[in-house]
Write a protein that binds this ligand. Structure first.
Ligand SMILES: [Zn+2]
Length: 281
């Protein structure tokens, strides 16, 4: 009898966790995405976020839904005296959600991310962040941003941002850097375990092709940087394959044409992964 009751309780929790909760979340998201996107938000984003401005209109419509859900689910926290504003949230959310939208939503392919499920908090600092990775570390690292996922301790992962850098990069594509795209790429990479530079793809063949192309491109970048050559992809990508994936994503969105011409295989991989073709935007 006791065993039967115990089994019943387990089955109940499985049903709630895997069916009832996702259905409720899905319903809530549907309601939120049906809300109209405020006109003043469109105006603000058009004036302040370069990638939003150049996005084709059918993708903008999709992005609006993602932004609204993102804003409803993520919590922004100001650090070192900074006060969080709606504009700050919009600048972060609009660029983060670029990684989620897609040209032709394809139900056969798994979604890349379910709204960054292990991310809860976004901490905004006024400027660059002095941070120790380990408490016993003597020197501070100076960061523009940092991403961590919270799957070990609940859905409480976080991203830190230097607001000065987020703001400067949002509307100045000529720098070729974008810390928002960078840190959210790490979120995608971290979603199914430790980041490796290879996100979860739909089958082994695709994973092996990705790894081969990314490895070659990573080695080529390391070689070019060691010889002091100019590169399209940020030299920070030589740190390791994880950083390479993040800076390659920045180049994919910000230097699309150059990447497509000089790194066609890498562009194709990223285009397949993001289901986007920014070279034609
Ligand atoms: Zn990074």
């Amino acid at each position: 009898m006791f065993n039967f009751l115990f089994l019943l309780v387990i089955v109940f929790f499985i049903i709630v966790y895997y069916f009832v909760l996702p259905a409720k979340i899905g319903q809530k998201r549907k309601e939120i995405s049906n809300n109209s996107f405020p006109k003043e938000w469109v105006l603000f984003l058009t004036e302040n976020v370069y990638l939003y401005k150049k996005l084709p209109s059918q993708l903008k419509k999709q992005l609006h839904s993602y932004i609204q859900i993102f804003l409803a689910e993520k919590e922004f926290i100001g650090k070192d005296g900074i006060k969080i504003t709606e504009e700050m949230k919009l600048i972060v959310a609009s660029q983060a959600c670029l990684l989620l939208i897609e040209n032709n939503p394809n139900p056969v392919e798994p979604k890349r991310s379910n709204y960054f499920p292990y991310l809860k908090y976004i901490y905004i600092y006024p400027d660059r962040i002095a941070h120790k990775n380990k408490p016993y570390q003597e020197e501070y690292n100076i960061l523009l941003g940092q991403s961590s996922v919270g799957y070990k301790s609940g859905k409480d992962g976080s991203i830190l941002f230097s607001w000065a850098d987020v703001l400067r990069e949002a509307n100045n594509p000529q720098y070729g850097d974008n810390v928002v795209l960078h840190e959210f790429t790490h979120q995608l990479d971290q979603e199914f375990g430790n980041a490796t530079g290879t996100p979860r793809l739909s089958n082994l063949e695709k994973t092996l092709v990705w790894q081969k192309i990314f490895r070659t491109e990573y080695d080529n970048l390391c070689d070019a940087v060691s010889k002091g050559k100019e590169t399209i992809i940020d030299s920070y990508g030589t740190q390791n394959p994880i950083e390479f994936f993040a800076v390659a994503t920045e180049a994919f969105f910000l230097k699309s044409r150059l990447l497509a011409v000089y790194h066609p295989l890498l562009y194709e991989q990223l285009s397949q992964y993001y289901h986007l073709d920014p070279v034609i935007w």
